[in-house]
Design a protein around this ligand. Structure first.
Ligand code: 5SP
Ligand code: FE2
Length: 214
């Protein structure tokens, strides 16, 4: 089954709670929350205070995508603020194994994200502890960018790695440039969790937008 995770990066920040309720009613499975620090990526968004503020608006899974350096400094704070799962970037962690364990010790499923230029083999030694792999299909930092076509070959390489490791149960998430055209391609290549920002929030009919992606 394909899960759709609207990214609130493309929501209206002045009415964030209402936008979240609206996509929940429109059929969203998870709410994708992009945290950016202006260092790891050239953009700034929000921290645990905002996650805590929007928590009462939905019971949907809060899928927190940390695009920050040294994410280990903030795992506990996001867990306490209401994150249901946390994904960190392999490129942002000197001690990736330790950070993955910190997420699990906070009681949450752990994800690792890979930038477009990072090969899937960096996951080999942490795969046992993962619940999700996020293949970035754009360079992280902004919504509304074009899907990078090489991502398809990378998804296939990930599928081969998961099969050879006996971990076909791991969620394969894609993020960036997912729309009605690219969703079919990434699903065929093995993705089962589709993050979508602009292709959901720019549409008036969000129920139709989510259904079309699924
Ligand atoms: O993590 C990110 C961007 O770095 C995303 O989650 C974006 O929010 C996706 O936006 P669209 O490409 O779907 O507009
Ligand atoms: Fe994201």
């Amino acid at each position: 089954m394909t899960l759709i995770a609207p990214s609130i990066l493309s929501a209206n920040f002045a009415t964030l709670g209402e936008d979240i309720k609206e996509v929940e009613q429109a059929g969203a499975d998870w709410i994708h929350i992009d945290v950016m620090d202006g260092h790891f990526v050239p953009n700034l968004t929000f921290g645990p205070v905002v996650v805590n503020a929007i928590r009462p608006y939905t019971k949907l899974t809060f899928d927190v995508h940390l695009m920050i350096e040294q994410p280990e400094r903030y795992i506990t704070a996001f867990a306490q603020a209401g994150a249901d799962r946390i994904t960190v970037h392999a490129e942002a962690c000197v001690h990736l194994h330790r950070v993955v364990h910190m997420i699990r010790e906070a009681g949450l499923p752990a994800g690792v994200a890979l930038n477009p230029a990072t090969p899937v083999n960096v996951l080999e030694n942490v795969l046992d502890d993962l619940d999700l792999v996020l293949i970035m299909t754009v360079n992280p930092g902004f919504g509304g960018q074009a899907f990078i076509p090489q991502s398809i070959a990378k998804l296939r390489a990930l599928r081969t790695l998961l099969q050879s490791s006996g971990r076909t149960d791991i969620h394969v998430q894609v993020d960036g440039g997912i729309n009605t055209q690219t969703s079919a391609m990434v699903r065929e290549a093995g993705a089962n969790v589709l993050v979508a920002g602009s292709s959901v929030f720019t549409q008036k009919d969000r129920t139709a937008a989510i259904a079309a992606l699924r």
